[in-house]
Write a protein that binds this ligand. Structure first.
Ligand SMILES: NC(=O)c1ccc[n+]([C@@H]2O[C@H](COP(=O)([O-])OP(=O)(O)OC[C@H]3O[C@@H](n4cnc5c(N)ncnc54)[C@H](O)[C@@H]3O)[C@@H](O)[C@H]2O)c1
Length: 305
């Protein structure tokens, strides 16, 4: 089957591409390489360096005529979305609309969308959050992800394009960029391996739901060629503080460094944790990799990078 993966040179998208190719699919990647890397691109995929906002996207669709779309291209830096909300909206909302228009005009059947359970719910009232938890995003990034879900609903109802939105927790694993603002696992791991001191923002009691990239890939595989039009959380249901994460990584990297705290980041969400029973009931997906195993794999990857 021909599948177009946007963001296929990025962290999560490139793992999805690898898995789809393993399954024998014909994969087309659209990525502008703004944060993605050439070395992540699977050689068996057809690659187009292209911004999803560009009018060139239509030509790619006309030529390739993908049946399915897996949409992972996005501006995904929460802090950047706060300093430049228009940039975020252009990439994440206008880019999505361009993609959806191309999909509908060129006969694509279905789209799977990388949404964010960490950003959409805002400060949670209940833990873990189910998909019915009120969605009051506290960043332009969260707003753009929630708006995208509304567009998907609209394009399904009115234009017949099937969709599934996957609301991820904090995804971590090999290939995550350790140089960005996001991705605390990659940032801490790389610093600890180099003997550099990581700084924990604030008191380190902020919690997140860390989900390993391989589990996220399997969730994409479960919904990719399905007919379900729905939204699912993809998390572990386990809350981990930044301090706990730091201690685990200290142990795995055998580092002697100490816990150092810096000022708290203004507006940073305090707690986040997702319940994923809905997708377990519907499609039997559940996370299979524990945090300690996932962190071991991630450290091993960064050691060899
Ligand atoms: N990493 C997480 O914890 C997490 C959590 C929730 C949701 N997500 C979502 O998953 C997706 C992938 O995230 P990631 O962590 O792999 O980040 P990433 O930055 O590694 O991947 C994004 C990819 O999209 C490309 N891209 C960005 N803007 C583009 C544009 N306008 N046109 C074409 N390509 C563009 C980048 O070059 C990059 O390869 C994003 O949509 C992100 O919002 C990630």
């Amino acid at each position: 089957m021909k599948i177009l993966v946007t963001g296929g040179a990025g962290f999560i998208g490139s793992h999805i591409v690898d898995r789809l190719i393993e399954e024998g699919h014909d994969v087309v990647i659209v990525d502008d390489l703004s944060t993605g890397k050439k070395k992540n691109i699977n050689k068996e995929a057809t690659f187009y360096k292209c911004d999803i906002q560009s009018s060139r996207l239509e030509k790619i669709f006309q030529k390739e005529r993908p049946e399915l779309i897996n949409h992972h291209a996005a501006q995904m830096d929460v802090r950047k979305s706060v300093t430049d909300p228009a940039f975020d909206a252009k990439s994440n909302i206008l880019g999505l609309i361009n993609l959806l228009e191309c999909a509908v005009k060129n006969g694509a059947r279905r789209i799977v969308f990388a949404s964010s359970g960490g950003a959409i719910y805002g400060e949670q009232n209940t833990f873990p959050a189910t998909e019915t938890h009120p969605a009051h995003p506290l960043s332009p990034y969260g707003v753009s992800k929630l708006s995208s879900e509304h567009y998907l609903y609209y394009y399904q109802k009115v234009c017949g394009l099937e969709y599934t939105s996957l609301r991820y927790g904090n995804v971590y694993g090999p290939r995550q960029d350790p140089h960005g603002e996001a991705g605390v696992v990659a940032i801490f791991t790389q610093k600890l391996l180099k003997g550099e001191q990581p700084t924990i923002n604030g008191n380190g009691m902020q919690t997140r739901d860390y989900v390993y990239v391989k589990d996220v890939v399997e969730a994409n595989m479960a919904v990719m060629n399905n007919k379900i039009n729905d939204t699912f959380n993809i998390g572990t249901g386990v809350e981990t503080t930044v301090n706990q994460l730091f201690k685990l990584l200290l142990g795995i990297t055998e580092s002697e460094l100490k816990e150092v705290h810096g000022p708290e980041k203004k507006g940073e969400q305090k707690r986040s944790c997702l319940e994923s029973k809905k997708i377990f009931k519907a499609l039997d997906w559940e996370p299979g990799v524990s945090l300690s195993e996932g962190l071991e794999n991630t450290v091993a990857y960064f050691k060899g990078d």
